[in-house]
Design a protein around this ligand. Structure first.
Ligand SMILES: N[C@@H](CCC[C@H](N)C(=O)O)C(=O)O
Length: 287
């Protein structure tokens, strides 16, 4: 079978995905995982951190589904939400600057900042984090929160804080971000049996009450330049440990640039940052 699939490549702080507009093109469900793996491959595909579908839904103004590089489906994606919001507005799928986006895990509200018809920046109300251990999900005796719990791995003693932003995150505080064991331990933690659905892994360094340095190993995609849900999880984790105050905008320094995150007094996490278009074209799929 051969298909010519129209795509848009977009990124948020270097976290780049191949987007497919299912308002204008139809792709069979059984092909999604394989197409995601193929488009993500830099040698025989386009090269990306995964694939995102922008689709019609009757629950919100627009829907979004995220597939990682390895073909697995994630349930939320912060950088993907900002790019989806940009595309939905610029392509005319929505004609308002505040609208709802449905993901597999939740419905979020987006606000786009428009200049000359183009969206430069997007703010998303990412909703409330889930902290209960069994819902992250993490194995072990269930508890309200998992905050800096001892996490022995490969002759190292790390301390894990668990946060779900609709997808699972394991956050580890480090003294110096340049020494974070991203490549040494990222994949091992992602696939550790204590996380039955695998996990996104974040190493964070608290610089001061307003800034955090951040590096990520993403479930299903490995090291990426940025992770929006991960940045939200970092602020929640740092607040739970009282390193930063609640209800204050925190600047997260990711490898690909800065994101601005606030965990407000109502328990909602707000994310603001850029969204950029890289290219449009056709992907030729052959099986
Ligand atoms: N890059 C993302 C998260 C993508 C999904 C994640 N790898 C998962 O499997 O949960 C973001 O910006 O949040």
């Amino acid at each position: 079978m051969s298909l010519e699939i129209p795509f848009i490549k977009m990124h948020g702080l270097g976290n780049n995905y191949i987007y497919i507009d299912l308002f204008r093109y139809t792709l069979e469900e059984k092909l999604l995982s394989e197409v995601a793996m193929k488009v993500s491959d830099p040698n025989i595909g386009i090269g990306s951190d995964g694939m995102i579908l922008i689709h019609p839904t009757n629950k919100a103004d627009v829907g979004m589904r995220i597939f990682n590089k390895d073909g697995s489906e994630g349930k939320n994606c912060g950088n993907g939400l900002r790019c989806t919001a940009k595309y939905a507005y610029e392509s005319g799928i929505v004609q308002k600057t505040h609208f709802l986006i449905e993901t597999k895990s939740r419905i979020v509200e987006a606000e786009v900042l428009v200049n000359d018809g183009k969206v430069d920046e997007v703010t998303i109300d990412m909703g409330k984090p889930t902290l209960r251990r069994s819902l992250i999900p993490m194995l072990g005796l269930d508890s309200e929160q998992v905050v800096q719990e001892p996490f022995p791995i490969e002759n190292n003693m790390l301390y894990v804080t668990g946060v779900s932003m609709g997808n699972p995150h394991a956050v580890f505080f480090v003294e110096d971000i340049t020494q974070a064991p991203l490549y040494e331990l990222g994949e091992k933690i992602e696939k550790d049996p204590r996380f039955p659905e695998r996990v996104n892994v974040e190493f964070i360094e608290i610089m001061n009450e307003k800034e955090i340095n951040f590096r990520v190993w993403e479930r299903g995609s490995g090291v990426t330049q940025a992770c929006g849900t991960g940045a939200c999880a970092a602020v929640v984790a740092a607040t739970l440990s009282k390193y930063i105050p609640k209800n204050q905008q925190i600047t997260i320094h990711l490898q690909g640039g800065d994101l601005f995150i606030k965990w407000d007094e109502n328990g909602h996490v707000w994310m603001t940052g850029e969204a950029k278009t890289i290219a449009t074209g056709s992907f030729y799929y052959h099986n």
